[in-house]
Design a protein around this ligand. Structure first.
Ligand SMILES: Cc1cc2nc3c(=O)[nH]c(=O)nc-3n(C[C@H](O)[C@H](O)[C@H](O)COP(=O)(O)OP(=O)(O)OC[C@H]3O[C@@H](n4cnc5c(N)ncnc54)[C@H](O)[C@@H]3O)c2cc1C
Length: 384
């Protein structure tokens, strides 16, 4: 490519947010370049995990419920077109103990947004899921139409379709842009220059490294560890439809049934230590491993002693409160920040991509909670 070619938009970062942004821009007929330093949903990226939950429940946060609804439709449509079955409708089961206030808020919002769900008391849960120990659980809500996205393959599918729609994809690292006012070009680490009308930086946990002055203290990457435990070959109690995906927010644990022979997944949603996505160790720690095992054995006594099949170490790219960041650079009018997925962003890829596209092409109004102005330098998690 020569330095003369000019794109309408250059999207930097082919995680779920950048991939869907490029896809939506291409759908609107724009000439788009998508770049990633390591490849779409690579093993360092937050989108590079095997699987991610897509659920509609968000307490009273109706905006995220609506975005999940819209996103699930788009995910399913894309997978149908590509004939790639990357969504598993496992159902998602919310569990609550003594404090059921969040569950009640979720039920109210789901009702309002016309999301189908079923409610269970403890006795009903025990009758329906005898393989689970509901110690400390008082109630549950099941979203039967929600489930799991096969994350890294799903992003690869979005990029594949975006390329089919004309997006030019490149494996290249983009260096930090400098200057003010209008940005004309970005440069890759190989010294090539790319010109565009707009630049979208969807760099996940790297946003703070690319824009240290503005985002270095506003994006908080934390270490997160995920474990997959083996299930005996003839035991169907831990696969769908017998076991749904589940979340117990009071304990900050969640998990998935066995999918595609990868074992039962268990993860702790509490924020781990601050990390650098380029240098953090991707080897699971004994402390996290034992915590996951203890939880597995507490909830699923029949899996006591189950071997670990796989582990993943990744990072959340948290904003101060868990709300996304979708806003302009304060000093460069045609540069956009997109990120802050904060441990729950994956499912929303389609809605985020559409939102960014509408902001750039239609000058759509900004949602205040996604603005840079609301991103503090201290963490106070409020979105779950
Ligand atoms: C363990 C774990 C479990 C999670 N579970 C869920 C879940 O169940 N449900 C859910 O909805 N969400 C979940 N999330 C959150 C979700 O995965 C993330 O919010 C989402 O993937 C973030 O996507 P992104 O595109 O912003 O970032 P990323 O996927 O990190 O993508 C950023 C990309 O930018 C590229 N990049 C960075 N700098 C440069 C540069 N200078 N030049 C070129 N490229 C660059 C990187 O290589 C990377 O590919 C989870 C996250 C983790 C870590």
């Amino acid at each position: 490519m020569g330095t003369q070619e000019k794109f309408d938009v250059a999207v930097i970062g082919a995680g779920v947010f950048g991939a869907w942004t490029a896809w939506h821009l291409a759908k609107r007929g724009k000439k788009v370049m998508l770049l990633d330093a390591y490849g779409p949903a690579n093993a360092l990226a937050s989108s590079g995990g095997e699987s991610r939950i897509i659920r509609m429940g968000y307490g009273a946060d109706e905006l995220y419920t609506l975005w999940s609804q819209q996103s699930l439709e788009q995910w399913k449509k894309l997978f149908a077109v590509l004939k790639q079955p990357l969504f598993h409708e496992t159902g998602v089961l919310w569990l609550a103990g003594e404090d059921d206030s969040q569950l009640k808020r979720t039920a109210t919002t789901l009702r309002h947004c016309k999301v189908r769900f079923e409610e269970f008391d403890r006795a009903a849960l025990e009758a329906k899921y005898p393989q689970v120990s509901f110690e400390d659980v008082k109630k549950g809500i099941l979203e039967p139409k929600s489930g799991v996205l096969m994350a890294r393959r799903a992003v690869a599918a979005v990029v594949e379709d975006a390329v089919r729609r004309g997006v030019e994809y490149r494996n290249d690292q983009v260096v930090k842009p400098t200057g003010s006012g209008r940005l004309e070009q970005i440069a890759t680490s190989k010294g090539e220059r790319i010109s565009a009308e707009h630049f979208v930086f969807a760099c996940g946990a790297w946003l703070g490294k690319v824009f240290p002055e503005i985002l270095g203290e506003r994006i908080f990457p934390t270490r997160q560890e995920v474990f997959f435990f083996d299930v005996p070959a003839d035991d169907t109690r831990f696969a769908p439809p017998a076991l749904p995906t589940w979340l117990f927010q009071e304990d900050l644990f969640y998990g998935m049934p066995e999918l595609e022979g990868k074992g039962v997944k268990i993860a702790y949603d509490g924020h781990g230590e601050p990390v650098d996505p380029d240098t953090q160790s991707r080897v699971a720690t004994p402390v996290a491993r034992e915590r996951a095992r203890a939880y597995l054995e507490r909830r699923f006594p029949a899996l006591k002693g189950a071997p670990i099949l796989d582990t993943r170490v990744c990072q959340y790219e948290n904003s101060s409160n868990g709300d996304f960041l979708i806003d302009r650079h304060p000093g460069m009018e045609n540069v956009w920040f997109v990120g802050g997925g904060s441990g729950h962003g994956f499912k929303h890829g389609p809605a985020v991509g559409e939102c960014v596209t509408r902001r750039i092409l239609d000058r759509a109004e900004a949602e205040r909670r996604f603005s840079l102005a609301t991103k503090a330098k201290t963490q106070n998690r409020a979105v779950y």
